[in-house]
Design a protein around this ligand. Sequence first.
Ligand code: BT5
Length: 334
Amino acid sequence: MKEFEAKKKIIGMLTKDKDDFVSGEAISRELEISRACVWKYIGMLREEGYQIEASPRRGYHIGAFPDKLYGYELENHLKGTLIGKKHVHYYDVLGSTNTKAYELAEKGEEEGAIVIAEEQTSGKGRLGRKWFSPKSGGIYLSVILRPRAEIDTLPVLSLAAGAAVAEAVNELFDLDAKIKWPNDVFVNGKKIAGILAEIKAQPDKIDFLILGLGININSLEKELPLEGTSLRVETGRDIDRLNFLKCLLSHLDKNYNEFKLNGFVSLRTECKRLSMLLDKDVKVNILNKVIEGKAVDIDEKGALMVEGKNGKKHRIFSGDVTLCREKLKASKGR
Ligand code: BT5
């Protein structure tokens, strides 16, 4: 049995009834491994930070969990059926989880596999920008997807991922997270998460899509750029990252399923409900062009519709958006 599977099963047995002890014999029987092997895995888990008490007569009991996203706890606690259910690739440090996921996908890793790192040394944003990824401050996650869909339908998956982050924040906390088209999640006017989708495709077929999510969880203000915030900063308390990850993966799985079944139809309604831009005056930077106007819709392909002062409607597929209110605030601050 592979090491990850064995540890996952042991944690599963020890957390079934957290107050109970589980005998070494029961674990050895269930996993079909020797008692010595059970002892070896328990030792490894302890080294990874799990507090596991051993009593000669009663067996093993789990006391405390480390603040690490190893992923052993995921399979049994996720509501969804695909994302994060099977393969979790965990790293203490990576350059970028998206780059690692891309490499794994090229080698054939399955849809639904996830890559998680405690820290990224070259976390990527869009267009060569950087993503601040302080150690254990956030969740740095990439999901491998292999959608059977037309390539022009894929941009909505970034929106669906942003919606999943906002849904998880709003489910677990008394906060009002909003999505900012095309790939940001905001809380109280500051950026709490960003999404980076990367695609490998042939003219007639999508090989895979890597959906990268960076969410600021316990990062401190001083570890983030001025425009960023974290759940800890907004709630004033330490957040259980594993609990948030479970909730996030469940929403991500739900939204991806919805995409596979019905495309962007009901996801569009949800994205519009969560949007912080609709009905607001915005300025959109698209490469060397700037469009100003009111954000009036997110259309059926996920494009942002902006109505200019002259009534002309612009259909925007990518770009950086600022709220005109933000511009005012920024200029007042100077
Ligand atoms: C994004 O790009 O927002 C996409 C971020 C995706 C990060 C994840 S982490 C897991 C996976 N692996 C990766 O290597 N990346 C993905 P963009 O819209 O271009 O925004 C980047 C801008 O956000 C930067 O230029 C900063 O202004 C700001 N920023 C950087 N780090 C931030 C942070 N931790 N919190 C808030 N804002 C940040």
